[in-house]
Design a binder for this molecule. Structure first.
Ligand code: DGY
Length: 324
């Protein structure tokens, strides 16, 4: 029965979720909340029935090789799971689950917040006021770019892409176009005020704002590279709340420094938590510490999804959010 299962939670989780886990399982928590290194994670896979990782853990193929693993399920806290080599986990008989659905609105809210913040220069303005450098209102002070009525290009029309389209079209009168790997029914797209284009390049060529909502890893690594940054419209803003590796960060820095693109709002980075000094030195970026799902309601809901997934698994039912 579930109570006998040994569970390892790799980071601190919201209190209500830790409580639920400790009531159902023999659970070990990470009191200090320090990220676990490869050796600690390898050890966890050998000594626990379930390991509950987050995006801050790296679980490459090497961790699943060599046999002797006790873990039967990885209950990932998060919808994205490109930090786990899912094929290798599956090959060693480990089930992987994620937490879709519950973070859609909050992640779209952060994307919207970045879009508004970078185009209206609110980060820069805030820094100026805090530094005591504001000299007063004037018609030419800190001029940004109007958002209402512009064209938004979305890459990846899943739940979060759709939620972003809805906000931008119905809230800000924007024309919304998107690229999605599979064909979306035009009637479904129209519900979000959006229309599908055939290629990423077509979207990039007409968008005033580009917002990324596709998964990271695999073929999406460096989807936005130097070539694609060049085909974007002059004056475009890039918003990334997906995964850092979807953008070639070095190429992005060069485009921002050269003014090829006007600005970027980033919640995710290639080597989190490292954010390159050259990026931090720029004024035409808004940089957030991966806050997409960071609300009390959403983080609790994400944790409860993990609880549901591993409970189902250990009770012999299909976990609702199985990805492998
Ligand atoms: C997600 O759910 O994918 C968030 O980015 C945290 O991992």
């Amino acid at each position: 029965m579930a109570e006998t299962q040994r569970i390892l939670v790799t980071r601190r989780w919201p209190g209500a979720v830790e409580q639920a886990l400790s009531e159902r399982f023999d659970t070990v928590f990470n009191g200090p909340d320090d990220p676990m290194d490869a050796a600690a994670l390898a050890d966890a896979l050998r000594n626990f029935d379930a390991v509950l990782p987050t995006v801050s853990d790296r679980l490459p193929a090497a961790l699943f090789e060599g046999g002797g693993l006790r873990a039967k399920i990885l209950g990932n806290f998060g919808v994205g799971y490109n930090h786990i080599d899912v094929a290798a986990a599956k090959a060693s008989g480990i089930v992987v689950t994620n937490t879709p659905g519950v973070l859609t609105d909050c992640t779209a809210d952060i994307a919207m917040s970045l879009l508004l913040s970078i185009s209206r220069r609110t980060g820069e303005g805030e820094r100026q006021v805090r530094a005591g450098e504001w000299t007063g209102w004037r018609p030419t002070h800190m001029i940004g770019t109007k958002v209402t009525g512009k064209t938004l290009g979305i890459i990846g029309f899943g739940r979060i892409g759709k939620a972003m389209a809805k906000r931008c079209h119905f809230g800000f009168d924007m024309d919304v176009v998107f690229y999605n790997r599979s064909k979306v029914d035009p009637a479904e797209a129209a519900r979000y005020g959006a229309r599908q284009l055939a290629t990423v390049d077509e979207v990039l060529a007409i968008a005033d704002f580009v917002s990324l909502h596709c998964p990271g890893g695999g073929e999406n690594r460096h989807l936005i590279d130097a070539r694609r940054l060049k085909i974007m419209k002059p004056g475009v803003y890039l918003i990334n709340t997906a995964r850092g590796d979807v953008v070639d960060e070095t190429a992005l820095i060069e485009a921002l420094e050269a003014g090829t693109i006007r600005g970027a709002g980033l919640d995710v980075f290639e080597a989190e938590p490292v954010v390159p000094e050259r990026l931090r030195a720029l004024d035409n970026v808004v940089l957030l510490p991966h806050l997409g799902s960071a609300t009390e309601e959403t983080r609790t809901a994400m944790g409860m999804k993990v609880v549901d997934n591993i409970t189902a698994f250990f009770e012999g039912r299909e976990p609702p959010d199985r990805v492998a």
